[in-house]
Design a protein around this ligand. Structure first.
Ligand SMILES: Cc1cc2nc3c(=O)[nH]c(=O)nc-3n(C[C@H](O)[C@H](O)[C@H](O)COP(=O)(O)OP(=O)(O)OC[C@H]3O[C@@H](n4cnc5c(N)ncnc54)[C@H](O)[C@@H]3O)c2cc1C
Length: 293
């Protein structure tokens, strides 16, 4: 068995030079709450761990400027819970953080690690997708910005290059008649692994009845990865919120999902829950805005 090395770079520039050189053999480690259990199960076997956890000055922040919210990759789930920003029409982030793991995990689990793990059960991916988030990827030769929906390319697969580190998740603050909400179903009350999780960002027209835009995202779409429910979103846009429209939207949603079965729940059970959550999320957002429900 070959020895596992740990590299602790002196600064971010050193980390980027290192990953440029050794990226194919190395794995970035933030807090390790996802990576270390996977290594123990031999699902991944990097030769070197590149430890970025000390770069809190560069990568741990929550900022809002010019209508854009920026979260550094090392922002923890507890940081999200404690931030005054995530109330009112951004309460979706606090809701997801409250349902995340247990306090010990929340205190260390990072935003960057959640997104880069690209696992179907992760809470923050659906939430960030519903918010239309982008990710900033940095390397020794520069940086690029990618919509999160294009970053997650498969189960446990991202568009991250071996020479890159994810430095930031950003999204525009919802404006106008907008609200956001999150729902999650698991098998217990703590340390909940999502059977289904769903996030919605909804904007209404001035009449407070017609949907101007809907960004609805959920985990395990097509049985694989979190994604936007594109056809359902298209169906909802421009519709008045009525019982009939919600029933139709639930049908569209069922037709675009192919949710898989496993020991946590069957595909048909997951689809039913997804439909119930869709209705609940539309009603919650609409009610919070004082509109029709
Ligand atoms: C007991 C327990 C409960 C959990 N509960 C939940 C839960 O309720 N909801 C949930 O969503 N998740 C949960 N998780 C999973 C895990 O905690 C989260 O995915 C967490 O956000 C991962 O962050 P991390 O800093 O530990 O990432 P790490 O484990 O350090 O890294 C995860 C992956 O991302 C890569 N990576 C990390 N940071 C970067 C970066 N900046 N740039 C490039 N690549 C990077 C790593 O190489 C690795 O592949 C749980 C885990 C445990 C052990």
């Amino acid at each position: 068995m070959s020895a596992l090395e740990l590299y602790s770079p002196t600064d971010l520039a050193d980390a980027l030079r290192f990953i440029e050189r050794e990226g194919k053999r190395a794995a970035v480690i933030a807090s390790g709450t996802d990576l270390l259990p996977r290594m123990r199960k031999r699902q991944v076997a990097p030769s070197i761990l590149l430890d970025i956890s000390s770069f809190t000055d560069d990568l741990r922040y929550i900022r809002q400027m010019d209508g854009v919210v920026r979260l550094g990759a090392l922002t923890t789930v507890t940081d999200l819970l404690e931030a005054p920003l995530f109330h009112a029409n951004l309460s979706i982030i606090r809701e997801a953080a409250e349902l995340f793991g247990a306090p010990q995990v929340r205190n260390v689990a990072t935003v960057g690690g959640n997104v880069c793990s690209a696992a179907s059960s992760e809470d923050l991916i659906s939430v960030f997708m519903a918010l239309g988030a982008s990710v900033k990827l940095i390397s020794a030769s520069g940086e690029r910005l990618l919509p999160l929906k294009d970053f997650i390319v498969g189960k446990r697969e991202t568009a991250l290059r071996s020479s890159e580190i994810l430095s930031e998740v950003s999204f525009e603050s919802p404006t106008g008649h907008s609200w956001t909400a999150y729902e999650k179903l698991g098998r217990r009350n703590m340390l909940i692994i999502s059977i289904v999780n769903e996030a919605l960002s909804l904007t209404l027209e001035d009449d407070m009845r017609t949907i101007r835009s809907a960004r609805f995202a959920l985990n395990r779409v097509s049985g694989r990865i979190p994604a936007l429910a594109v056809r359902t979103n298209e169906f909802l846009e421009g519709r008045r919120i009525t019982e009939e429209a919600i029933v139709q939207a639930q049908k569209v949603l069922a037709s675009e999902l192919s949710l898989t079965s496993d020991f946590r729940g069957s595909g048909s059970y997951r689809t039913e829950i997804a439909q119930v959550f869709l209705k609940r999320l539309i009603q919650r957002c609409s009610r919070s805005l004082g509109g029709a429900s």
